[in-house]
Design a protein around this ligand. Structure first.
Ligand code: PMP
Length: 456
């Protein structure tokens, strides 16, 4: 078998189902990534490129790290898998729970429940939030509030709290009792560009929703500290502290979906901590293993966990768990990854390199005819493409302009991710100045070439 020809054969490719538009994937073969080192990946045609999307927001420690591979192999030499359902457990899952608690993901993190993906971590959080209220004697608290533009995975619970109808509509009906309020998004909102006024407007909307539904019916508020898939939206600095205060006032649980922001990406170890806030429940995945092996985790603080442990009732049985809960290979990989994240101060590097990337890309909002805004925090950066800079109308994704510019950048050695009307950047957190500059130059070239071609 000639592997290269086999992989490039159109018939073989038809049997592969990538997570994209079915017609597009039929007409364009995927760029098959076959090798990697650090911040670089190489495709089947031998093109070596800077990984501007870090796998998918996740390869924080970089590709092909000997320490992570060794940890997985070492665990395989002992035991690759055993269940957590027979009064049994494997050692790495216990060590990793202690490590995550010690890193202080939430205030007095008390319990960690593992799963296999970010979507699982969200589903676990939503189910445990409802169960919590049953255990503490407020069974009417079943509703969830979230933000428009929020993204919380693909399972039915997560879909129901996702803010973008695009993800949801074809799979309806979803969970009843889920409400979305406006995202505090300075670039696009009907209220104000002033961050303080914007926070006030959104917090007022939240309070009205709580008042209208009745605080005693709401289980939790869920949001990402910085929205990722929705287009890299950074809220005003006072939004999360105000959100925490409103939740506290009404007894509502605060769930931080840190699947993207967890473990350093936004420049702090956790995104919510970056806003000075400790949530009750946190959803983690992606960066916890840097994508080497899938793993999700949901953390509970003492307030939430104590409902299960202070006096047991039959309702306290947790009817939720996955075959791969606490998978030892994933947990072993995570322990090695977190050694690197802490040992190399990757949150600090994300903050420093994020500033450099932002400074290099900001001028595009002035020089390129279709870049409306460059925004972000740490190594989460988005270029927002518009058809009209005054009205800030998002560019129609059907024009293919965003893909075209991303394609030009790829020719110059940087893989970046076109997502609707935004190009998302989320490179590995170990990235250095030289690779940051490759991304800046590649996108600057892509934008300039687009402008030159459309003027011609
Ligand atoms: N929550 C957030 C904030 C995410 O960005 C994602 C994935 N991009 C998920 C949940 C779902 O994670 P997964 O794709 O691992 O199921």
């Amino acid at each position: 078998l000639d592997r290269n020809n086999f992989l490039k054969d159109q018939n073989t490719l038809h049997q592969f189902h990538p997570m994209t538009h079915p017609l597009i994937s039929r007409e364009h073969r995927p760029q098959i990534i076959v090798d990697s080192d650090g911040c670089y990946v190489t495709d089947i045609d031998g093109n070596r490129m800077v990984d501007g999307l870090g796998g998918l927001w996740n390869v924080n420690v970089g590709h092909n790290r000997a320490e992570v591979k060794a940890a997985i192999v070492k665990q395989m030499d002992r035991i690759s898998y055993y269940s957590s359902f027979a009064g049994t457990a494997t050692a790495p899952s216990i060590e990793l729970s202690a490590r995550v608690c010690q890193m202080g993901a939430t205030e007095e993190v008390d319990k960690v429940m593992f799963s296999a993906n970010g979507s699982d971590a969200v589903e676990t959080a939503l189910k445990l939030a409802r169960q919590y209220w049953k255990l503490v004697g407020e069974p009417m608290r079943t509703k969830f509030i979230s933000l428009k533009q929020g993204y919380h995975g693909v399972h039915f619970g997560g879909l129901s709290v996702n803010g973008t109808p695009y993800y949801r509509t074809v799979y309806e009906p979803l969970l009843p009792g889920c409400f979305q309020i406006d995202t505090p998004w300075t670039y696009r909102n009907p209220y104000s560009e002033d961050p303080a006024e914007l926070t006030n407007a959104v917090i007022t909307q939240l309070e009205r929703t709580i008042y209208h539904e009745g605080a005693g019916t709401i289980a939790a508020f869920i949001a990402e500290p910085i929205q990722g898939a929705g287009g890299v939206i950074v809220p005003p600095a006072d939004f999360w502290p105000r959100l925490r205060a409103v939740c506290d006032q009404h007894g509502i649980l605060l769930i931080a979906d840190e699947v993207v922001t967890g473990f350093g990406r936004s420049g702090s170890m956790f995104g919510s901590r970056g806003w000075g806030v400790k949530p009750d429940i946190m959803c983690l995945a992606k960066g916890i293993t840097s994508g080497y092996v899938p793993l999700g985790a949901t953390t509970l603080n003492k307030r939430v966990a104590s409902a299960w442990y202070d006096g047991f009732t039959p309702e306290g049985v947790i009817m939720h768990g996955y075959t791969s809960t606490g998978h030892p290979l994933a947990c072993a990989a995570a322990l090695a990854v977190l050694d690197i994240v802490e040992g190399e101060d990757l949150p600090g590097n994300a903050a420093r390199m994020g500033e450099r990337l932002m400074a290099g890309l900001k001028p595009l909002a002035e020089t390129c005819s279709v870049v409306g805004e460059v925004r972000g925090k740490g190594l989460m950066i988005g270029l927002d493409f518009v058809s009209d800079k005054k009205t800030r109308t998002p560019i129609d994704p059907g024009t293919g302009i965003v893909e075209r510019i991303a394609g030009y950048a790829r020719e110059k050695g940087a893989i970046v991710r076109p997502a609707g009307s935004v190009i998302i950047l989320s490179p590995p957190l170990v990235i250095g100045e030289a690779e940051i500059d490759v991304i800046i130059d590649a996108l600057t070239y892509g934008c300039a070439r687009y402008d030159a071609e459309t003027r011609a």
